[in-house]
Design a protein around this ligand. Sequence first.
Ligand code: G
Ligand code: G
Ligand code: MN
Ligand code: NA
Length: 245
Amino acid sequence: RFIERELRAALLMDELELYYQPVFDGQMRLRSHEALVRWRHPVRGTISPAQFVPIAEESDLIDKLGDWVLHRACADLDRLGTPVAVNISAAQLRRGDFARRFADVLAECGAAADRLIVEITETVPLVAGAIEQANLEALRASGIKVAIDDFGAGHASLQYLRGFAFDIIKIDRSYVANLGDNRIDAMIVAAICDIARSLDVEVIAEGVETEIQLDLLRRAGCSAFQGYLLGRPSPLAARQVANAA
Ligand code: G
Ligand code: G
Ligand code: MN
Ligand code: NA
């Protein structure tokens, strides 16, 4: 397909860029950044990963894209000054050599495993198969933290709690959006936080846009927060200017 060939070329031609969005802990201290890929298309302008990740997932392009993202994020680690979270497609986890290749990139970049978080994103269904489990176990054994992204939005989120070992739950922003107006959403968020406490995993709330949401999420027991209220995704260069000011 045309867009697939263009994306392959974009990987070589340096048309991709990472934006970083800050994540804060309960004391509102900066604790990590999430890396979010963008495609600066010379003609069509900036293209969202929501448009090209599903195409990449149809072939080995997703692995090449993943490698590029990880290299870039590792190269930016020192300048970011915090651990960095990279998004991983469930399609990448199906590869038998995923964890080994991931470790190879870290070694190449001299990046410490405990400065990386892997967010598993479910654009394609995530299966708790032997290969997927082995990959996640190998990542965690090396000190990388594993997060379930968009929790509650996918097909089988509660299944993941049984099928995988992980460190962090990220509550999908659709549950955060109407907090304050919707009692059911508030109850669901509180229940997710209760489960997380029982499992001894962290809960990050995503899509926090208002002080009211932040307050309710805190009281529900979320341990970390991300969203436009606290900081939008932006290129590293812009972040450094803001920090220096
Ligand atoms: O940043 P934005 O809202 O455009 O992201 C849209 C979607 O693309 C989100 O679900 C996000 O998790 C996903 N995404 C962003 N960066 C990456 C990436 O590097 N790899 C993968 N697989 N997904 C990504
Ligand atoms: O699925 P994932 O959590 O990786 O998606 C990240 C996406 O969410 C990014 O595209 C980012 O731009 C977007 N995002 C981050 N914070 C907010 C927010 O507060 N509100 C909304 N609507 N989107 C957000
Ligand atoms: Mn994410
Ligand atoms: Na995601």
